[in-house]
Design a protein. Structure first.
Length: 331
């Protein structure tokens, strides 16, 4: 996306959400997603602080175990969601929602260099401690929002638990529904998630949504991921099919002449840049027609996507998740 001289400032596109505005903004999102079902996503989190020790079945297993132990130890700081339609047209007015979660520099674990970077990027950690969103309550709202799961499960959860704010009730209901033969046969799979090198991003969202540690086995993680996020595009994996494209999100955007809106290393701006970059790349390299059998539901560096970390156009040298590109604390 490129802003012309007469375009509105970034604040017109990106809305900051804190605990006092969460309910109202989630009500708006429930309406937006019905017309703008492409959701570009980015998170900010406090770096990487641990490496697993032991014997691993494969490099993909090592990468997943590294992700798992860090996601289990750490807390999400920001989530950015940008909404558009299948043609890449952004939702009118505010199209990007930046959720700011409760985080304490006194009580929570973090990598200091990541916190320094995020502070320089404008993240106000004092405000996160005082006005940050509670992740458990956010998970309740997200599950019934229409963004995750499938439409049938979302409708049922809205009807049956509309008067309840107990996450355990909601999650118990979903556990029952996910094993139902009826629901497994009628998933609509309308919402599509767009991301960039997003193993950690989806790891934090899965921890948030399930309110429990990530599965020990990578296969179980992907099984759960498909239930909550049935359709995912990872731009970093798509780059494998694009001659000459490599590097991180900023480098890719520069190569495609996509201009950033808002501050770098904040989840809202990064999700908006992810959206614009995805549709520019889809137009230039895929003639606006991505083959779902080849490109859908593969995360770069994990599972099937681990085989392509150094492939053609795949971004250069193989690197484990958590080794940052362009100073970004996200892998």
């Amino acid at each position: 996306m490129t802003m012309a001289s007469g375009d509105p400032p970034a604040v017109s596109y990106i809305r900051d959400i804190w605990c006092d505005t969460l309910d109202a903004e989630m009500a708006t999102i429930r309406e937006i997603v019905t017309t703008y079902p492409y959701v570009s996503m980015d998170t900010e989190f406090p770096g990487v602080v641990a490496r697993p020790i032991g014997t691993f079945k494969s490099s993909s297993d090592f990468h997943y175990q590294t992700l798992r132990c860090n996601v289990d130890l750490l807390k999400i700081i920001q989530l950015g969601l940008t909404f558009c339609n299948e043609d890449g047209e952004l939702a009118p007015g505010v199209c990007t929602y930046q959720f700011n979660f409760k985080f304490s520099l006194s009580d929570d674990i973090y990598a200091q260099d990541s916190i320094d970077l995020l502070t320089r990027s404008g993240i106000d950690f004092k405000r996160h401690e005082e006005l940050g969103i509670d992740v458990i309550y956010f998970a309740e709202l997200l599950i019934s929002s229409g963004i995750v799961l499938c439409d049938e499960v979302v409708v049922i959860t809205r009807v049956l638990i509309c008067a309840s704010h107990a996450l355990v009730t909601l999650m118990s209901l979903y556990t029952m529904l996910r094993h139902s033969g009826f629901f497994s046969s009628c998933f609509l799979l309308q919402v599509r998630w767009v991301s960039f090198h997003s193993g950690y991003d989806f790891g934090y969202l899965m921890k948030l949504l399930t309110c429990k540690p990530l599965p020990h086995e990578e296969d179980d993680f992907f099984s759960d991921l498909k239930l909550y996020f049935p359709q995912i595009y990872d731009i970093k994996y798509l780059m494998k099919s694009c001659e000459g494209l490599k590097g991180g999100l900023n480098k890719l955007a520069e190569d495609l002449e996509v201009e950033r809106i808002g501050p770098e290393h904040q989840a809202g701006s990064d999700s908006l840049l992810t959206q614009a970059t995805f549709f520019k790349m889809r137009s230039l390299f895929f003639e606006n027609d991505l083959d779902s059998s080849k490109h859908l539901n593969i995360l770069y560096g994990l599972g099937t996507g681990a085989n392509f970390s150094a492939g053609k156009g795949g971004g250069g040298a193989d690197r484990p998740p958590g080794v940052w590109e362009e100073g970004n604390p996200n892998p």
